[in-house]
Design a protein around this ligand. Structure first.
Ligand SMILES: N[C@@H](CCC(=O)N[C@@H](CS)C(=O)NCC(=O)O)C(=O)O
Length: 210
């Protein structure tokens, strides 16, 4: 099995967290790849995923999977079965949290791009969405319940916020959420998969797709 990945990609990091939580990271070869909206993806990525995006995962049978949530569900079915509860009521709940987390990562990435362009109005709108999202999660009554893919995705998106928008200092404004996330960050899955600009160091405004 193979995962095309980047250490700057929040969606890839979600998959790497799932691999570590399911204790199967050693079964997957990690293949570094660089992607960006404004240029062609590496041929191997495009051959496996028509969208040319990361993460792209290729299973033992050579079948390619893409969309970080789809990849995580595939891994969960194959290896564990506890990250993605199948009960319909639980499923819509963790998927909603995952959707929020994915959106938060997208807004954070978009903010980086608009900042680079000097679009202050765009940045303000994106930051407003980021703050609304953090308030929403902090006020969920189930914050602190058992871990599932939705919670992993939320904690991951908050790490990404640190990585790309540390100056927002979100922990100061959302201390309850910060305390919750700090407990998740202690898990080995988090410490072993952190965000990193290397191996390809390119200015953020040129290479915004992380
Ligand atoms: N919905 C997708 C989003 C994947 C995505 O946007 N990946 C970024 C890297 S973080 C990418 O490949 N961007 C390059 C592009 O879209 O061309 C997922 O969950 O995997």
């Amino acid at each position: 099995m193979k995962l095309f990945y980047s250490t700057r990609s929040p969606f890839t990091r979600k998959v790497r967290l799932a691999l570590a939580e399911l204790d199967v990271a050693d079964k997957v070869d990690l293949e570094p790849a660089d992607v960006a909206f404004d240029r062609a993806p590496p041929p191997a990525v495009a051959a496996a995923n028509p969208l040319g995006q990361l993460p792209t995962f290729v299973d033992d049978d050579g079948v390619a999977w893409f969309g970080s949530g789809v990849i995580c569900e595939w891994l969960d079915r194959r290896f564990g079965g506890w990250l993605c509860p199948a009960d319909p009521n639980l499923r819509v709940e963790w998927r909603r949290r995952e959707a929020l987390a994915d959106g938060l990562a997208e807004k954070t990435l978009r903010r980086l791009v608009e900042n680079g362009r000097g679009n202050t109005e765009g940045v303000a709108s994106l930051e407003a969405a980021i703050w609304r999202s953090l308030e929403y999660v902090e006020n969920l009554p189930c914050l602190g319940n058992d871990i599932d893919l939705g919670w992993l995705a939320v904690a991951n998106a908050l790490d990404y916020l640190d990585f790309r928008a540390g100056e927002l200092d979100w922990r100061n404004r959302r201390p309850i959420l910060a305390r919750w996330q700090a407990t998740l960050r202690e898990r080995p899955s988090f410490s072993g998969t952190g965000f990193c600009v290397k191996p390809t160091v390119v200015p953020a405004e040129v290479q915004p797709c992380l």
